[in-house]
Design a protein around this ligand. Structure first.
Ligand code: PRP
Ligand code: MN
Ligand code: MG
Length: 181
C-alpha cells in the first residue's frame, strides 16, 4: 500500500496556509461577536479538523457542539439527500450559532442545515467554511466566512474524504487518477 501523501497529484493548500487562514477567520469572528456567546456547530465528519483548529485560534470562550448529516454516498458525487445521523445536544434557542464546515459543494447540505437550525429560534445563524466551490453551487447559501474558493475539482485531506480515506492528511489536494480505478 502506497504512502497517503503519494496519492495526491496537486497540493492546493499546505498545513501552514490552512492554519494561517483559520487564524484570520477566528480573529474576524471574534471581532464580530464581541460581548456575545458563541456556539460553534461542527458538521461531522468532514469538519472535525477545521473545528479543532479554528476553535484553538480563538482567545475567548466558546462552546462547541456537533451534528452529523450526510449528503454524499461513499463516492465523489452529491446525492442531494440530507439525513440527520446525530442531532445537537444543545438547545440553541436564543444562541448565536456558527456552523463550521470543511466544504460547500452544491450547497444542499448547508441550505438544508441552515433552515433546520433557524427553525429552532436561535439568536443568529452564520456559516464558516474552509472551502467553497462557487461553480458547483446549486442552492444559494449565505456564507459569512469562507477560507478559500476553489475550482470544481474533487479535493481530499484535512477532513475531506474519498470513500472515508484521506481525512487525516494535513494538507488539501486533488487525487491522482489511479486512486479512482
Ligand atoms: C461533505 C462535506 C460537506 C458536504 C458538502 O460531507 O463535508 O458537509 O459534503 O456538500 P454539498 O454542499 O454538496 O451538500 P459528506 O456528506 O461527504 O459527509 P462527511 O463530512 O462525513 O464526509
Ligand atoms: Mn461533511
Ligand atoms: Mg464525505
Amino acid at each position: 500500500e502506497s504512502h497517503i501523501e503519494g496519492d495526491l497529484v496537486n497540493i492546493l493548500f499546505t498545513e501552514e496556509q490552512i492554519q494561517s487562514r483559520l487564524g484570520e477567520l477566528a480573529a474576524e469572528i471574534e471581532a464580530e461577536y464581541e460581548g456575545k456567546d458563541i456556539l460553534l456547530v461542527g458538521v461531522l465528519r468532514g469538519a472535525v479538523m477545521v473545528m479543532a483548529d479554528l476553535a484553538r485560534h480563538f482567545s475567548r470562550h466558546l462552546e462547541m457542539d456537533w451534528m452529523a448529516v450526510s449528503s454524499y454516498g461513499s463516492g465523489t458525487k452529491s446525492s442531494g439527500v440530507v439525513r440527520i445521523l446525530k442531532d445537537l445536544d444543545t438547545d440553541i434557542s436564543g444562541r448565536h450559532v456558527i456552523i463550521v464546515e470543511d466544504i460547500i459543494d452544491t450547497g444542499l447540505t448547508l441550505s438544508w442545515l441552515v433552515s433546520n437550525l433557524t427553525s429552532r429560534a436561535p439568536a443568529s445563524v452564520e456559516i464558516c467554511t474552509l472551502l467553497r466551490k462557487p461553480e458547483a453551487l446549486q442552492m444559494s447559501v449565505d456564507v459569512k466566512w469562507v477560507g478559500y474558493d476553489i475550482p470544481n475539482e474533487f479535493v481530499v485531506g484535512y477532513g475531506l474524504d474519498y470513500a472515508e480515506r484521506y481525512r487525516n492528511l494535513r494538507s488539501i489536494g486533488t487525487l491522482a487518477p489511479h486512486v479512482y480505478s
